[in-house]
Write a protein that binds this ligand. Structure first.
Ligand code: ZN
Ligand code: ZN
Ligand code: FE
Length: 747
């Protein structure tokens, strides 16, 4: 008996070697029929013995190609046609509505190729195949064809072309296929762009070994590299980059090398080695091998990534421990255009290792941490975008514009949400421009003309102002910042019922015009109530307090112990003036932000009065925890107010008694865990709600996250936190989209 089936496969199934995989499976099982790419994915018809057909269909679901993601396989029986042979048919032209794979790290086969002296790609820095290599960073538009990528100018040589058209070859239809004969080439230049003759990789490795700084063109932009064991080189990099204290990432040759410097669990190793190749925040190893101390001053963790292109591998073989930080000046976006590298990075780097494969879009390295039993993205970019997330019951195309810091946007099409790569802080023109530009490309690539615009409540966020540019009279949904954080957790976990949201954040615009950020919300995607919040703290000087946490500290101490604050001789001469102004309500916005309470506690416990990057005071305070000390600083819960004054007063008394910073840090963190638990217990009693969502930037604090989760679970709560999108403002746009979807379907 012969059967025939028509099969449709949806998901990430184009540009990932799916058709050759299907072809190979069909050949082996002696099935006839065909396969082609269509608007929704891949269409297949097979004909043959029933058992062979069943095995074929099972293989589609169970072991599809490495880079694919099969969301759905739809099978329908058809009358047999008695065809012979199996063929790959040409795609129908003009197809766009499909999904594209993120950029993926070099696969083992390609790695073997570049390491095999007999292979024609031996030591070739741009080897790739359908299972690996550049994707989203080189794509101008869909469909994913070489002509629409930055490889369009390279004409395939005969050998590459043979591989490209051979359905059984690993490089069948690998759009960026290349070899030394026909593909991109390296160039090694000085800081002004003058080419230096010699083998570029050898020259680069030599420069690094001599302590020089190198700008290197990677997948989504330029990195600045130097020898991670050369303190002078790292110090020079800090000075030239105007970057103080903020940790630099490392590129280490492999997990074994990483283990010389860091403690690595099995799960962390898997993340480190995953083909998405994120930067993983690992614990520094006590007594580990020497690294320049300037890499991550005052920080117990190191951001580590492994090589992810052949070029990185070839360099890492020669220099196994490198600093690899974004190629930018202070907080500007990472440089990715060849025209700008000398202008911007020429002042920092001594040499440039570049090449002629263009980068179409800037994409930063992703950053994640393994905490509370799961990987948690802190920055979602290379290796993760433009992979879609499922958004239930989303009926319209929604463009959600995100927040102001760590901006991302989200565009939905049907129930797919495309969360953009990390765009950056919208406080400079270049970042705003890339936001505008990328929104335009997403709309065109995914053919999703926005029908609804979602944005933050803050009237002065540039992302909010951008809403006016894109809406053209479209309905707009303004989403409160912390409601969006709550929604980001709900959407990630597919939750629809009411939850308690413990949203601990730096600051976001509240319904009352104050800066919120230490909130207990009760709500769902459609709406929320603010059930409790931190007692408002006046922030003398407003936003300036974020860079100068001593202001939050003095304000908090003054609220908790006015006499102590007045007696205390603070080194800041202008403090009395600021305090007077604050009392009169001049330029002292009220904040319930947990981030500011962290700032205050960190400074009062002897930490720095000024920070060089956002959250530095809190990060250092967490690292200081000495968990062997007992005790806890209690907050008072009075109605809907979380009164932190007793906590601050206790901390200050401890300080006067000469308590160690580690003890104060431990007691403060425990106080927050204990307060969070009490809040949730009380709210559960009143509302009967047993599910808790944790979101907001403060949950990047691993101690707080792990201990709060454990405490809540012990009391029978179901606890959810962000994993696939950041808990910080990088996850806002996804939450905004989820709220807008819920509000508009309800209508
Ligand atoms: Zn490969
Ligand atoms: Zn070639
Ligand atoms: Fe936030």
């Amino acid at each position: 008996m012969i059967k025939r089936y028509a099969i449709k496969v949806h998901g990430i199934v184009q540009g990932v070697g799916f058709r050759p995989f299907v072809y190979g499976q069909a050949q082996r099982a002696a099935l006839s029929g065909w396969v082609l790419n269509d608007a929704n994915g891949v269409s297949i018809e097979i004909e043959g013995a029933p058992a062979a057909c069943d095995a074929f269909i099972a293989a589609l679901r169970e072991h599809p190609p490495a880079l694919s993601r099969v969301d759905e396989v739809i099978v329908a029986e058809r009358p047999p046609l008695g065809e012979q042979g199996f063929e790959i048919r040409h795609s129908r032209a003009g197809l766009k509505s499909t999904l594209i794979s993120p950029d993926m790290g070099t696969c083992d086969d390609c790695l073997a190729d570049i390491r095999d002296p007999a292979n024609r790609r031996y030591r070739y820095p741009f080897a790739n195949c359908t299972n690996c290599g550049p994707r989203f960073t080189i794509i101008r538009d869909l469909p994913y064809d070489r002509g629409l990528t930055t490889m369009s100018g390279f004409v395939m040589c005969e050998a590459c072309n043979r591989e490209f058209i051979d359905p059984l070859d690993r490089r069948f239809h690998a759009q960026p296929i290349a070899c030394a004969e026909c593909g991109p080439r390296l160039r090694f230049t000085d800081a002004r762009g003058a080419e230096i003759s010699g083998e570029p990789l050898d020259l680069a490795a030599l420069a690094l070994s001599e302590g020089k700084l190198l700008a290197l063109k990677g997948l989504g932009g330029f990195h600045l590299l130097c020898d991670a064991q050369n303190a002078d080189a790292v110090q020079t990099l800090r000075q030239r980059k105007y970057r103080y204290d903020k940790p630099f990432a490392l590129m280490l040759a492999d997990s074994d090398t990483a283990r010389r410097f860091c403690d690595i669990s099995a799960k962390e190793q898997a993340l480190l080695e995953s083909r998405r190749r994120p930067i993983v925040l690992l614990k520094k190893k006590a007594g580990g091998d020497y690294l320049a101390p300037q890499i991550a001053p005052g920080n117990g963790r190191l951001g580590v990534m492994l090589p992810y292109t052949p070029l990185h591998y070839l360099l890492s073989e020669r220099r196994p421990a490198l600093v690899a930080t974004s190629g930018n000046i202070s907080d500007e976006p990472i440089v990715y255009e060849d025209e700008r590298v000398y202008e911007v990075l020429g002042a920092i780097a001594d040499f440039v290792l570049t090449h002629d494969r263009g980068i179409f879009r800037r994409i930063d390295d992703s950053v994640l941490i393994h905490a509370a039993g799961a990987p948690r993205l802190i920055r979602r970019a290379r290796g993760y975008v433009p992979e879609s997330r499922h958004l239930r019951r989303c009926r319209a195309n929604i463009l959600a514009l995100g927040g102001e810091q760590k901006n991302t946007f989200t565009l939905t099409r049907g129930e797919q949400a495309f969360i953009s790569q990390h765009i950056g802080d919208l406080d400079n023109i270049a970042t705003l421009e890339s936001l505008r530009r990328e929104i335009g490309y997403y709309i065109s690539m995914f053919e999703a003309e926005p029908e609804i615009i979602a944005h933050d409540l803050h009237p002065r966020y540039l992302s909010t102002q951008l809403a006016a540019e894109f809406d053209g009279g479209l309905p707009r949904v303004a989403v409160q910042h912390h409601h969006a954080h709550l929604a980001s957790v709900m959407a990630e976990h597919g939750l629809t019922g009411e939850l308690l949201g413990l949203i601990y954040d730096g600051s976001g615009y509240g319904e009352d015009g104050c800066l919120w950020g230490g909130e207990l919300l009760l709500g769902d995607l459609g709406g929320y109530q603010r059930r409790a919040h931190l007692l408002y703290l006046p922030l003398p000087g407003g936003e300036a307090a974020i860079r100068a946490p001593w202001r939050a500290a003095m304000s908090a101490l003054h609220a908790a112990m006015p006499q102590a604050a007045e007696q205390f001789s603070w080194p800041e001469a202008d403090w009395p003036l600021l305090l007077q102004a604050a009392r009169r309500g001049v330029n002292a916005p009220l904040s319930s932000g947990m981030g500011r309470l962290f700032d205050a506690a960190a400074v009062l416990a002897g930490g720095r009065g000024y920070v060089n990057y956002e959250g530095q005071a809190a990060v250092e305070f967490e690292q200081a925890i000495d968990d062997s000390c007992d005790g806890v600083y209690q907050c008072a819960l009075a109605g809907d107010i979380i009164d932190w004054r007793p906590m601050v007063a206790e901390l200050w008394r401890d300080r006067q008694r000469g308590a160690s910073r580690g003890r104060m840090a431990a007691r403060f963190h425990r106080g927050l865990v204990e307060m969070s638990l009490r809040l949730c217990l009380r709210q559960r009693e009143q509302s009967g709600v047993n599910d808790v969502a944790l979101s907001g930037g403060c949950w990047m604090n691993v101690y707080l996250l792990e201990h709060t989760m454990a405490a809540l679970r012990e009391q029978g709560f179901n606890v959810y936190a962000n994993s696939a999108v950041p808990a910080n403002d990088g996850g806002l746009s996804f939450g905004q989209a989820a709220v807008a979807a819920a509000k508009t379907t309800a209508r």
